[in-house]
Design a protein around this ligand. Structure first.
Ligand code: SF4
Length: 302
């Protein structure tokens, strides 16, 4: 039976203002109605849910709703929740939830916002989260070396699972930055070839856990509407939002999607990618750099 990733948006607000951010931040929260519809959906479809992930914007802004969703769905999700957070709102109660209910936790760190290394490391050690924790290392143009420094600090603290993510959808990359990015990535990749405990995601080369959201994934927004791609939440994809719309959560069951080819939606994504390549300078080259290093890692590992 085909299984799906369910990405749930519980807020459209974020307390950061990253210069490269492409998501539409209009500050809406999950309505009561949507919350109970999601709970029903999970109950009806539990056998086909692979991952249930809180992602996009800053989900911990809506921690109260997250707790309610977990309380009402935990018998179906079996302590298998996932989250991507910018780490700024962490507090002991949240760490306890991470320890108790979550299987994968992604901390997104970048070069624009504060990241409290010491505090986070102390919590990780206190709550024994090493086996669940991934760091999304977000690399911005002109900050390649800074990102490398962040990586090295975390590596020295014993952190080993990283998702390497150069920022997309930004006009700011240049040839010089792509060279800097390539140097930093080669250093990190070469280190991973010497230290087998260091695992790098974000490349096509996969190490057992797929951090990408490319396959069999649906996105539920705060109104309980279901979309094929997270591009529906972005400025880049806003104009084609209707073409990425699937159904309302009440009218959808995953067995229906099992046999659906998503041809129309995949074409919309290809069209959007092409548009971004045409409009955003160095975007195609940025993808080529990532493809090159995926191949590099694949060949060295193979
Ligand atoms: S943390 Fe994420 S959602 Fe928030 S501003 Fe930055 S990129 Fe956007």
């Amino acid at each position: 039976m085909k299984k799906f990733n369910i990405i749930t948006h519980i807020t459209t607000a974020c307390n950061f203002d990253c210069s490269y951010c492409d998501v539409v931040k209009d500050g809406r929260n999950l309505s009561e109605d949507s919350l109970s519809k999601i709970v029903n959906f999970v109950e009806r479809n539990q056998k086909q849910i692979w991952r249930f992930k809180f992602f996009w914007w800053e989900p911990l802004i809506a921690f109260r709703d997250m707790k309610r969703l977990i309380k009402d769905t935990q018998k179906d999700i079996w302590r298998n929740y996932e989250i991507v957070t910018n780490t700024s709102l962490l507090k002991p109660e949240i760490w306890e939830y991470f320890e108790q209910y979550f299987s994968h936790i992604f901390f997104s760190i970048d070069s624009e916002n504060d990241f409290s290394f010491e505090q986070v490391i102390e919590f990780i050690n206190t709550y024994h989260l090493e086996e669940k924790l991934y760091f999304n290392l977000v690399i911005s143009p002109w900050k390649e070396q800074f990102a490398r420094g962040q990586f090295e600090k975390l590596y020295d603290f014993g952190m080993r699972w990283f998702n390497i993510l150069p920022v997309y959808f930004t006009q700011s990359w240049s040839r010089e930055n792509l060279k800097g990015l390539s140097t930093v990535m080669k250093n990190i990749l070469d280190l991973s070839l010497k230290d087998s405990s260091l695992r790098l995601y974000g490349f096509k080369e996969n190490l057992g856990y797929d951090t990408s959201l490319a396959n069999n994934t649906i996105f539920i927004d705060v109104d309980g509407e279901v979309y094929f791609s997270d591009l529906a939440s972005t400025f880049s994809g806003k104009a084609l939002r209707e073409d990425l719309y699937l159904w309302n959560i009440e009218g959808i069951d995953l067995w229906v999607l099992s046999g659906y080819s998503f041809e129309k939606e995949k074409n919309v994504i290809s069209f959007l990618e092409q548009k971004i390549y045409d409009q955003v300078q160095w975007q195609r080259e940025l993808h080529q750099v990532m493809d090159y290093f995926s191949h590099y890692l694949g060949q060295k590992n193979g």
